[in-house]
Ligand binder design. Structure first.
Ligand SMILES: NC(=O)c1ccc[n+]([C@@H]2O[C@H](COP(=O)([O-])OP(=O)(O)OC[C@H]3O[C@@H](n4cnc5c(N)ncnc54)[C@H](OP(=O)(O)O)[C@@H]3O)[C@@H](O)[C@H]2O)c1
Length: 323
């Protein structure tokens, strides 16, 4: 199996695997059924055995289910894992209601998270979005207090603007920015990525497959009950045009002897030493394929083909990620 390299997360930050495991889809997020828990735990443990130590969860993934699952998987081997937790999103019956980042709420959230995870310190703790009703100073300041208390090791942020990133970093050093990034969603290249680089902040890049679009496995039209159809990217003419773009990725993947998903992950990986692909995998069978992607290199011509065909804006329509 491919050996996964370790990187420092941010300037002088902790040593973590260059590939991260996203655990979100191991729980019911939008109210659907819960995936096979035994397989999910086995996947986390196989990832740890394979040198992937970065695990990503959120206290709102499955209303705490995801943290309990991660807690079970790391029981007896806490030191093998680097635990990244998002907080602040409020869900009810699978519906997103908004954010709550009041200091009083954050202090409540962390204690529940630590209990569910069965650990004493969260390695990376991050508001999942910003909440305009609470001053950034209060949000970041509260996490800084938790770091002083020893409940948290490092501050992270997620899905924020370049200005918010600068502001947060001026209050307390930000170790990592968790952000959606893929061939299909490149809008962060204009300001957020350069800002993170300038400030020495690690980038944890999720949605590398763009909700599965870049796996090459989707066909138009999608069944009406498929969750993708909520997003304009996967509807009608948009989907037809977008799948034509994905054909270029499929073609290149075939020529190189890989899968489109592997190339989608490899492309994110190739964007910088400080950028970590954070990939959802809910079954062990995904691991060898996605780990192998981390060893793929592109020629200048191949890179040019991909960046030209997937120029920012080339993929029509959006997902929940559009900013
Ligand atoms: N900060 C935020 O706002 C935010 C938002 C969303 C997600 N996240 C985090 O980022 C992680 C990744 O995000 P994501 O789930 O949106 O994107 P993703 O990693 O692109 O995963 C999307 C889907 O790709 C599938 N997949 C993985 N490897 C594959 C392969 N080799 N071939 C075919 N399909 C494959 C996964 O299926 P299986 O599940 O069946 O393995 C998953 O359903 C999440 O787990 C979560 O921890 C953060």
């Amino acid at each position: 199996m491919t050996t996964i390299q370790k990187i420092n997360l941010g300037k002088n930050g902790p040593l973590v695997s260059k590939l991260g495991l996203g655990c979100m889809r191991m729980s019911s997020i939008w109210g659907g059924s819960t995936p096979d828990e035994t397989e999910s735990i086995a996947t986390i443990q196989m990832a740890l055995d394979s040198g992937i130590n970065f695990l990503n969860t959120g206290d709102f993934y499955g209303a705490g289910h995801n943290e309990m699952l991660v807690g079970k998987a790391i029981k007896g081997r806490r030191d093998d894992a680097f635990i990244s937790v998002k907080f602040g999103a409020i869900f009810y019956n699978g519906q997103w209601l908004g954010m709550d980042l009041r200091p009083i709420a954050i202090k409540n959230f962390i204690n529940y998270s630590l209990t569910r995870l069965g650990i004493e310190t969260i390695d990376l703790y991050q508001p999942s979005r910003m909440d305009n009703s609470v001053p950034v100073e209060d949000i970041i300041g509260t996490v800084a207090d938790l770091i002083k208390e020893g409940k948290v090791r490092y501050l992270g942020v997620s899905e924020i603007t370049a200005d918010q990133l600068r502001k947060a970093n001026s209050i307390h050093p930000v170790t990592a920015l968790e952000i959606g990034y893929s061939l299909a969603d490149r809008q962060i290249e204009s300001d957020l990525l350069p800002t993170a680089k300038e400030l020495g902040i690690g980038v944890v890049a999720f949605a590398n497959t763009a909700e599965g679009l870049l796996t090459g496995e989707l066909k138009a039209p999608l069944p009406a009950n498929d969750y993708h159809t909520h997003f304009s990217r996967f509807q009608g003419e948009n989907l037809i045009r977008n799948l034509e773009k994905v054909d270029v990725l499929k073609q290149l993947a075939q020529e190189k002897g890989y899968t489109p998903t592997q190339l989608a992950i490899a492309w994110v990986n190739a964007q910088g030493d400080h950028i970590m692909p954070l990939v959802s995998m809910s079954r062990r069978s995904r691991l060898p394929e996605n780990m192998q992607a981390m060893a793929i290199e592109f020629t200048a011509d191949e890179m040019n083909t991909l960046t030209t065909h997937f120029a920012p804006g080339a993929i029509l329509g959006g997902t929940y990620l559009q900013r």
